[in-house]
Design a binder for this molecule. Structure first.
Ligand code: CO
Length: 462
């Protein structure tokens, strides 16, 4: 059966390689050729793309989506959605989740890939229901990681729950790029045998194994694979679209992408890449293989964060100790997958343990919240001694965290009625608060004096 390809360069590609800085003009310059290439879907939106538009590019992410949709008539547009976190970092009330899904679909998204960092199904339910309600295609991603509890039977059981929840397809989200070729084969065989869902594989080239993993996945019957066009492929990004297309050419898996369109799109993206390489946003370091991520089982982004955190404290010599501490913290925390926001939380805790010289002497607020149950249920039991030391006998919630949140949308709409001109604006504010307010003030009140005055009026209500 022909394998389908999802093009990731407009979301994960530039997110992995140059801090999600590609602007709307650059996205639009390439999307028409992508539309003609025969992809299953083009990934265009996610937390970092949205954040970067508002924070760094002074662009409206909703406008980018509408313009992309206007040019991309044949191919489905896809986004990445962090369950109850939507595109942000905390849990939002159900009404905000539902409204965000509705507006994403109305503005041009066809497929929503929904995941939860802990694989806590309850954190997916609201977004899944909303996607179905508003006619979107619902893909649920399982966050892939390795640990004594993350076995093939564990993932099969999870996949069956995902199927029962109403997903249209299932993605293995290997955000760290640690899925080994033979493990991929075994996992995909088991998933295909035990569910009817089409299976997609998302991985990263960081460790140098992604192309091998993809080939084994294809042999095991994977339906869809994520690739990025050559200028934005490799390194910490995805395997190369053109190369995978050639590798499978003439086989029963032939994705049959139009090579002429791929070449045109790649030529355009080549110029975009050259610009970011020249201005330093793209550090050539991220283009090299880093097999250490296989040794330590940490995502590439987390590894570079740890290095810079330690550099900042003049403790670069502690890196090896911190990397050895990460699996210990993960074990104490019940083996959470290392994906946003858990990767940052576990990494920071490991740094604090090593720098302070005592385990859990210093603890970030987010880890305390996690132990109070505010992120959902950990994959495995939490170490009792660690819990006692950090939160004592505090009550731990066992319900779905968002059950404790009152509706937020209407009150935000009322509070920001002077600045938010649409529900989309309200959603931007709901997720990115001050960053979105700064952006909207610039957008609607471009005069510098007006900007300051109006901004004070808005903040005056707080
Ligand atoms: Co990714």
């Amino acid at each position: 059966m022909a394998v389908k390809i999802v093009e990731t360069s407009l979301r994960d590609g530039h997110q992995s390689l140059f801090a999600t800085r590609m602007n709307t003009e650059e996205v639009l310059s390439v999307i028409k050729d992508m539309d003609d290439a025969g992809y299953h879907a083009i990934e265009v939106w996610g937390g970092a793309t949205f954040d970067s538009c508002l924070r760094f590019l002074n662009e409206d992410p909703w406008e980018r989506l509408r313009q992309a949709k206007a040019l991309c008539k044949k191919t489905k547009l896809q986004m990445l959605f962090r369950g109850q976190n939507i595109l942000g970092y905390r849990h939002y009330a159900d009404d905000v989740v539902e409204k965000f899904v509705q507006k994403s679909i109305e503005n041009g998204i066809d497929i929503i890939r929904i995941f939860d960092a802990l694989n806590d199904i309850r954190n997916l339910e609201c977004a899944v229901k909303a996607t179905k309600k508003y006619g979107g295609e619902c893909q649920i991603a399982l966050s892939y990681t390795t640990s004594p509890v993350h076995t093939v039977p564990y993932y099969v059981e999870l996949a069956q729950k995902i199927e029962a929840l109403g997903a249209d397809s299932l993605c293995i989200k290997d955000m760290a790029g640690v899925l080994l070729p033979n493990d991929a084969y075994e996992l995909i065989k088991a998933l295909k045998k035990n569910t009817k869902l089409p299976i997609e594989l998302h991985t990263h080239c960081t460790g140098g194994i992604a192309e091998m993993t993809i080939l084994k996945a294809v042999e095991a019957g994977v339906d869809i694979i994520d690739c990025a066009l050559s200028p934005l492929a490799g390194g910490t990004s995805q395997p190369c679209t053109e190369s995978i297309n050639y590798a499978l050419k003439g086989t029963k898996y032939d994705p049959k992408l139009n090579t002429e369109c791929l070449d045109k799109a790649a030529a355009t993206l080549g110029k975009v890449k050259a610009k970011y390489l020249k201005n330093g946003t793209l550090n050539p370091k991220v283009l090299s293989f880093n097999p250490n991520i296989l040794k330590y089982q940490v995502p590439g982004g987390m590894l570079s964060n740890l290095i810079s955190q330690l550099d900042g404290q003049g403790a670069s010599d502690k890196l090896e100790a911190v990397l050895k501490e990460v699996p210990e913290v993960r074990k104490d925390m019940g083996y959470p997958p290392l994906v946003t926001p858990l990767s940052q939380m576990v990494g920071t805790q490991a740094v604090m343990n090593i720098i302070s010289g005592e385990r859990y002497k210093l603890v970030p607020k987010e880890i305390k919240d996690y132990l109070h149950g505010k992120y959902g249920t950990a994959p495995a039991p939490i170490d009792e001694d660690a819990r006692k030391k950090i939160i004592g006998d505090d009550e731990v919630i066992t319900c779905r965290p968002a059950d404790l949140l009152a509706p937020e949308f209407e009150s935000l709409k009322e509070k920001y009625k002077d600045i938010a001109k649409s529900d989309e604006d309200v959603l931007s504010i709901a997720l990115f608060e001050k960053v979105a307010l700064d952006f909207l003030n610039k957008k609607y009140a471009p005069e510098p004096e007006d900007e300051i005055e109006e901004f004070n009026v808005v903040l005056g209500g707080n």
